[in-house]
Design a protein around this ligand. Structure first.
Ligand code: KIV
Ligand code: NA
Length: 265
């Protein structure tokens, strides 16, 4: 099976083939996703909530991201692997942003980086793209700004904010971004973005008209249940399954039913 490239994502949009994307942070999850035929694997800074147990993504560092991104890259043969640039790794200035984008590619082996933000981050995106690193944008709800907004509620529900999101996505496209994630906005805005942009628009809680969809794997697997926004469809209940398995093990150890002679030497 052919490697998915940013160019392949563009072709998929042109042909009306939807792009499938999910997150991974470890080898096993990445390998199974790749075997399942996922197009894009994002090593998201959502590692903060679903792996590290934090309340937000702002505590994730470059070192955390490099660690997880290198593990995931090493496990994937087909999917495009994208590494999230964490909070404060690209905001200070474009020199630092370029250095950190370069580290993400060079030290972890990902093929593209993702940055949150619209118009303000566009000049930085242009520099990273100029250096030969594909960039995925991220507009709408941008979780790294949680302390500025104070809530994870749906974004761009009024025309002014919708225009701002659209302008931001356009600026990212003009800066050379390969694709843009749009998070938690009305479906009508998701459609407008997909219609008006040439680059693929990958939605999360942005309705069915986007060029592709992304979810956090732990959310759709039912491995993380602290929050359950309506856009998360649960494809499994692995958390419950794990708990049942652990409880059975505990009971078997306590009762002496584990291990049997067959399980002993
Ligand atoms: O960190 C993440 O998982 C993300 C996706 C939800 C788009 O940014
Ligand atoms: Na993220």
């Amino acid at each position: 099976r052919r490697k998915v490239t940013t160019e392949a994502l563009r072709r998929m949009k042109a042909k009306g083939i939807k792009i499938s994307a999910l997150t991974a942070y470890d080898h096993q999850m990445a390998q199974v996703l790749d075997l399942a035929g996922i197009d894009v694997i994002l090593v998201g800074d959502s590692v903060a909530t679903v792996v590290q147990g934090r309340d937000s993504t702002v505590t994730v560092t470059m070192e955390h991201m490099l660690y997880h991104a290198s593990i995931v890259s090493g496990a994937v043969a087909r999917a495009l692997v994208v590494g999230d640039l964490p909070f404060m790794s690209f905001q200070v200035n474009s020199d630092e942003a370029l250095r950190n984008a370069g580290r993400m590619v060079q030290e972890s082996g990902v093929e593209a980086v993702k940055v949150e933000g619209g118009e303000k981050v566009a000049p930085t995106v242009a520099r990273i793209v100029d250096a030969g690193i594909p960039v995925m944008g991220h507009v709408g709800l941008t979780p790294q700004s949680i302390h500025k907004f104070g809530t994870y509620k749906v974004r761009a529900t009024n025309p002014a904010e919708a225009d701002e999101v659209l302008a931001g996505a356009r600026a990212l496209q003009d800066a050379g971004a390969s694709a843009v994630v749009v998070e938690k906005v009305p479906a009508a805005l998701g459609k407008r973005l997909a219609d008006e942009l040439e680059i693929p628009v990958i939605g999360i809680g942005a309705g069915p008209h986007c060029d592709g969809q992304i979810l956090v794997s732990h959310d759709m697997l039912g491995l993380y249940s602290k929050f359950h926004p309506r856009f998360v469809r649960r494809y499994a209940s692995l958390g419950d399954e794990m708990q049942r398995a652990f409880e059975s093990y505990v009971a078997d150890v306590k009762s002496g039913e584990f291990p049997t002679d067959d399980e002993s030497y």
